[in-house]
Design a protein around this ligand. Structure first.
Ligand code: C2O
Ligand code: CU
Ligand code: CU
Length: 524
């Protein structure tokens, strides 16, 4: 293991100057700790950002403001457009960076609980990946340094303290990290106000407009928390006033556990141009798209045929198989209907788009978007013997291959070699048909791997297949793959550039917090 010098510092706020110390408490978070202790003077950043997580309040409804957590950011070096805040929202800010840029982020916590930031989808050194062993306390600062190596695409950042990711993301901590590159710039995709990110989340509010989280006990944690209001960019009943033009819609499912089956309400097919890891080779048409927690999809949306004042509705269609444990019906295993007004798999509206301005579009959908290399399974060193990981939910337990999260441990089957390509088989549930009696519970697991983008090379049907089979976009680069109960997926991953300890886990944040997360180690 690439162990770096073990250094502990006392807390100093960022206000004390740009000393660039990554400060943290060495006595929390486990044993064989490695950290980056100082900003590296050899690293000359193009962009330097101060990012803070803090409690605050936003006016979401009329009446009482809602207490939230939120990130704020300030550009210390580089063009001011690299940080774009979202008005009157807990969400954001949005980072807009270019591939190849060197970035230094000074992250300071003003939260009363430990936290750390993870850059979801980015290929960064392990010290910059936001592993939970790097958590900081209030008043401390952690310095991230990395080069933006990813393809143009829609990535994001969120907290990653072990056991508290769910409540912190739910409380409002999440932002988009948009990367552009030359290949993408040359395409002439919709930009400026026509490049519209849509972060979709669900929340429950009490009568005082305050967020409600996990009041339903163990069953609710096991299912994952579902809110009964749908928010887009932090706003309920989201409405967007648009021109009759073409838009690039970047959708992120930023929900803790809700799955969306995204579609236009009038049946217009979706034109998909990108996935988690950036642009597809060419646009694809789908009747709807399944979007599990943490997944992204980019759409080319052409509103030019719509009349002034007409309204398009983006919806989530009903689907089967989301499973879940309920207390009703024939005992503990209800048929997947959580005691919730908006069950996972029910249909609802996400947002409305009203045409308020007539425009003649000048952009045309490119026939070819990007170069996406063929997923060459035979390049894997274990092509005939995939590494297998089984995600299983028991009564109060959430495991991968029977194991739960350990801060710094890796098992023998979790060590990979740098500069190799592997096939992993990800299995939801370890075989179908297990009910309470078998000790397993059937529920979806959106599986995420840190530090890289992978390819989905095979997917077998799972629960609810008929209601969702046309909605998986496995043609591009992915970092999260939604596994419905009983489903298996084979993914192709390449480990390059960085050694160290990374995570793979279920991105149902309640499952993750329960320990459905493990380390994998990339060894030289
Ligand atoms: Cu989006 Cu390990 O996380
Ligand atoms: Cu991640
Ligand atoms: Cu899960």
């Amino acid at each position: 293991m690439n162990r770096r010098k073990f250094l502990g510092y006392t807390a100093i706020g960022l206000g004390a100057g740009m000393g660039g110390l990554a400060l943290w408490n060495p006595f929390k978070g486990g044993r064989s700790v490695t950290t980056k202790a100082e900003a590296n003077s050899n690293f000359v950043p193009d962009v330097e950002i101060a990012l803070t997580a803090q409690p605050g309040e936003v006016q979401i409804f009329s009446g009482k403001p809602t207490q939230v957590y939120h990130y704020t950011a300030k550009v210390l070096k580089g063009p001011s457009q690299v940080v774009q805040s979202i008005d009157n929202s807990y969400l954001g800010p949005i980072f807009r960076l270019k591939r190849g840029q060197k970035v230094r982020v000074h992250f300071t916590s003003q939260l009363e609980q430990e936290t750390i930031v993870h850059w979801h989808g980015l290929h960064v050194p392990e010290q910059a990946d936001g592993h939970p062993r790097y958590v900081i306390d209030k008043g401390e600062t952690y310095v991230y340094e990395f080069t933006v190596a990813n393809r143009a695409g829609t990535y994001w950042f969120h907290p990653h303290p072990h056991g508290k990711t769910g409540p912190q993301v739910y409380g409002g901590l999440a932002g988009l990290f948009l990367v552009s590159d030359e290949e993408e710039q040359a395409l002439g995709l919709p930009s400026g106000p026509y490049d519209l990110p849509l972060v979709i989340q669900d929340r429950t509010f009490d009568a005082d407009n305050q967020l409600v989280y996990l009041t339903g006990g163990m069953m609710q944690r096991m299912n994952g928390f579902l809110g009964d209001r749908i928010l887009v960019n932090g706003q309920p009943d989201a409405r967007f006033n648009l021109a009759s033009n073409v838009y690039r819609l970047r959708l992120l499912n930023g929900s803790n556990s809700r799955i969306y089956k995204v579609a236009w309400s009038d049946g217009t097919p979706l034109t998909v141009i990108g996935t988690d890891g950036g642009l597809l080779e060419k646009p694809l048409t789908r009747p709807y798209v399944m979007l599990g927690p943490a997944e992204r999809i980019e759409l080319w949306a052409d509103f030019s045929a719509y009349a002034l004042n007409s309204e398009m509705r983006l919806v989530s269609l009903p689907f089967d198989g989301a499973g879940g444990v309920g207390m009703m019906g024939g005992g503990m295993m209800g048929r997947g209907r959580q005691n919730n007004r908006l069950a996972n798999g029910s249909g609802f509206e996400i947002a409305r788009f009203k045409i308020v301005k007539k425009e003649i579009p000048t952009l045309r959908l490119p026939a070819r978007l990007s170069r996406v290399s063929k997923a060459n399974v035979s390049s894997a060193i274990n092509v005939n013997n995939p590494r297998t990981f089984t995600f299983a939910m028991g009564m109060g337990s959430a495991t991968i291959n029977g194991r739960t999260f350990e801060m710094t441990r890796v098992a023998n089957d979790e060590v990979v070699k740098l500069n190799t390509t592997e096939v992993w088989q990800l299995i939801n549930g370890g075989g179908g048909g297990m009910g309470m009696m078998g000790g397993m519970m059937q529920m979806p697991h959106p599986v995420h791997v840190h530090g890289l983008q992978f390819r989905v090379v095979e997917r077998t049907p799972g629960a609810g297949w008929a209601s969702m089979k046309d909605g998986f976009v496995d043609e591009g680069w992915k970092d999260t793959v939604l596994l419905m109960p009983g489903m298996r997926a084979k993914i192709l991953l390449r480990f390059e550039d960085f050694t160290g300890l990374y995570l793979y886990h279920c991105h149902n944040l309640e499952h993750e917090d329960m320990g459905m997360m493990r380390n994998y180690l990339v060894e030289a």
